[in-house]
Design a protein around this ligand. Structure first.
Ligand code: ZN
Length: 259
């Protein structure tokens, strides 16, 4: 018997629209747009099933090896597409498009989960001060590797699950900033040791929560931690990435045993 299409309510539409950032994931055209002469935006998308609602025999054989969704009409298996891409996707099914939509949807879901976690974790004010300091650092050419700095730490901690480019960013950040951030944290410790310990524990506990959500993808874990620090402090993401890199290098916070 053919599966029936569910209808989606206003709130589900809000989620599906927000996930895409307002553009069709296949052709990047805006999926809400203003018609000429109209003051209100018009809807330019349809809800498409990623794993087909009633797959044809050709689709079934192309999808061999890919897992079936828990529920065919669940939000986890639908995505907003512009009408042109939707009808093309259904009628002229291409496995590459299925793989892309599945991976986009999984990224949307994991980003939404990470954003929900943002509000549940607090962060000490001291972090703002450190980020301000990071933003004012000046560089004059290539930074020498600091004495006593172990460049293999990042490699040892991130043996799997992180891309070479992400590792490189973390290593370069750690080399360039390690000594200055460490010295500033030492100074903060002299003023209020407990506050610094609390801050390290907060970053560690957020890291553990995100690491549990994305055990296979260390690039995501790194970026979600940096985004969380930036969202909590209202400071630039670049400074937050530098601080996150420092904590990857610093064994106490990103626990090596959990990698
Ligand atoms: Zn499209």
């Amino acid at each position: 018997m053919a599966a029936k299409r569910d209808s989606y309510n206003e709130n589900e539409h809000s989620i599906l629209y927000a996930e895409t950032g307002g553009i069709c994931p296949l052709c990047t055209l805006p999926i809400l747009f203003q018609k000429k002469g109209s003051k209100k935006p018009s809807k330019g998308y349809e809800v498409a099933h990623i794993y087909p609602l009633n797959p044809t025999s050709v689709q079934i054989s192309a999808l061999k090896g890919y897992s079936l969704p828990g529920a065919i009409n669940a939000l986890e298996n639908v995505i907003a597409l512009c009408p042109t891409c939707h009808s093309k996707y259904d009628k002229d099914f291409k496995i590459e498009e299925f793989v892309k939509l599945r991976s986009d949807k999984d990224s949307f879901l994991s980003a939404a989960k990470a954003r929900l976690t943002v509000s549940q974790h607090t962060l000490q004010e001291e972090v703002c001060e450190i980020l301000d300091i990071i933003s004012t650092f000046d560089f004059d050419g290539a930074e020498p590797i600091p004495i006593g700095f172990d460049v293999s730490t990042v490699d040892n901690k991130l043996k799997k699950g992180m891309s070479p480019l992400q590792k490189r960013e973390i290593k370069l950040n750690a080399i360039s900033f390690y000594v200055r951030i460490r010295d500033h944290i030492k100074m903060l410790e002299q003023q209020d040791q407990a506050a610094v310990r609390i801050m390290q524990n907060q970053i560690n506990s957020y890291y553990l929560a995100i690491n549990r959500q994305n055990p296979e993808n260390k690039d995501l874990v790194f970026n979600y931690v940096a985004q969380w620090i930036s969202a909590k402090t209202n400071k630039p993401i670049l400074a937050s990435k530098v601080l996150t890199s420092f904590f990857v290098q610093n064994c106490e916070v990103f626990d090596a045993s959990s990698n």
